[in-house]
Write a protein that binds this ligand. Structure first.
Ligand code: FAD
Length: 396
């Protein structure tokens, strides 16, 4: 029930449900444009997929590898620039202070795939976006006399997602609201807001950006569109005193990276390697955690035999990617938004595409003539907690 400090009925311009990167980014952009907002979160800020992601701000080069990047019109191609501007404090949001883990992500071919790669790097899709690197320019973990293979630098950033979530929460001011019981507020057949733990919140527009929670929220409103799909992953985490930073897709023979490695700072100062890519897809999902760790040890032993992992700690994480249902297995390269009168529902489909998700909501508001209205400030809303980084949860 509402506390005595805050009203049991309030109004706002835009009411958002779900404080992952999509909801938080949108909230910050709306506030910057003068809209009043309330952002409801049922668990922790960023604790869904966002802080469990690898933090790569893709520009699409990975998809060019299997021909899925159809052209410059794809929103993803512009994402590294938009994030770079925001991180420098001169973009659509001021994200100065967010920790940049790597200026670049790398493509690494372990040596036997030269033929395959030559045609890829000659292709129009990647020309001008990748540079071949050697020697001291190699990622620290690959600077070893035993290393054989080719490494290409992609103009894609890797960010520390927990620090991003913290900054976006700051930009949210007093708009964050912890709430678990969410019901539609109707006037006749029309959605006019939501009831959140008994508190009525009227809004010009309601946006569902609850990731995997969208399907259930839609169901509670008697809606089945847009349909959602989940794609499971079984990620591996390894922490150890000998690890050096590595941000790279290691290429195999197939269209997907054999393994994608990102490196994250644990609270105790050690580095954690977070392993995704093909290792974490179908076959990895079918393995139990013990077998998945064994597979990861074998993979790292083959690829990076000089890295001493004898003192490393290991864990796995099962997590689903939530997206709009797709026909076939085509990966979306744009954010997705469905608009149904006053309700908007969507998924960014990638952390990198959070700016595109916000663009789509702002465009829908402009199209419908929804403008900021004067609101009395609300203070004292119960706030959701910050998510703890997943590497610190699993490898304390
Ligand atoms: P989420 O982060 O899942 O946030 C949804 C929020 O809604 C959660 O906080 C949840 O608690 C809340 N919620 C749910 N139900 C309710 C409810 N009923 N009421 C209130 N709140 C609710 N993308 C990239 O661009 N680069 C990467 O390197 C990358 N790596 C990834 C690695 C992994 C392992 C995974 C799983 C995904 C990765 N992604 C990556 C994809 C990216 O993480 C997601 O697309 C993005 O984080 C989705 O953001 P979101 O805000 O939509 O969802």
């Amino acid at each position: 029930m509402p506390s005595a400090l805050t009203p049991s009925r309030m109004t706002t311009d835009v009411l958002i449900v779900g404080a992952g990167v999509a909801g938080l980014w949108l909230n910050a952009r709306l506030r910057r444009q003068g809209f009043s907002t309330v952002l409801v979160e049922s668990a922790s800020l960023g604790g869904g997929q966002s802080t469990k992601s690898q933090g790569i701000i893709h520009g699409g080069a990975k998809y060019a590898l299997h021909g899925a990047l159809s052209g410059a019109s794809e929103a993803i191609a512009d994402m590294p620039r938009r994030w770079r501007d925001a991180l420098a404090g001169k973009g659509e949001l001021d994200l100065s202070g967010v920790r940049l883990l790597s200026e670049a992500h790398y493509l690494w071919s372990p040596g036997t795939l030269a033929g395959n790669l030559t045609s890829f790097f000659a292709s129009k899709a990647v020309r001008g976006r990748v540079d071949h690197v050697t020697g001291d320019d190699l990622p620290p973990a690959l600077q070893n006399p035993g290393f054989k293979g080719k490494v290409y630098r992609l103009a894609e950033l890797v960010i520390d997602v927990p620090s991003l979530v913290e900054r976006l929460a700051e930009l949210s001011g007093d708009s964050l609201l912890a709430g678990t019981k969410i019901e539609p507020l109707l006037e006749g057949e029309d959605l006019i807001g939501l009831r959140v733990d008994g508190r009525e919140i009227l809004a010009q527009r309601v946006v569902l950006s609850a990731g995997a929670g969208n399907a259930e929220l839609l169901k509670s409103m008697g809606l089945s569109h847009p349909p959602m799909q989940r794609r499971p992953l079984h990620m591996v985490l390894v922490k150890g005193p000998t690890l050096k930073p590595l941000y790279a897709h290691c290429l195999g023979g197939g269209p997907k990276p054999r393994v994608t490695v990102t490196t994250h700072p644990a609270a105790d100062g050690q580095w954690v390697w977070y392993l995704g890519g093909d290792l974490a897809e179908a076959e990895g999902v079918a393995r139990d955690p013990e077998a998945q760790i064994a597979a990861a040890k074998k993979e790292l032993g083959n690829l990076l035999p000089w890295v001493d992992l004898s003192k490393a700690q290991w864990a796995t994480l099962r997590i689903d990617r939530a997206e709009p249902a797709q026909s076939g297995l085509v990966r979306p390269d744009n954010a997705y938004l469905s608009v149904q009168q006053r309700l908007m529902v969507g998924w960014p489909t990638k952390l990198a595409l959070a700016p595109d998700f916000a663009d789509r909501v702002l465009a829908a508001l402009a199209r419908d003539g929804v403008h900021p209205t004067p609101q009395s400030p609300v203070v004292g809303l119960p706030k959701p907690p910050m998510a703890q980084p997943v590497w610190d949860q699993l490898l304390p």
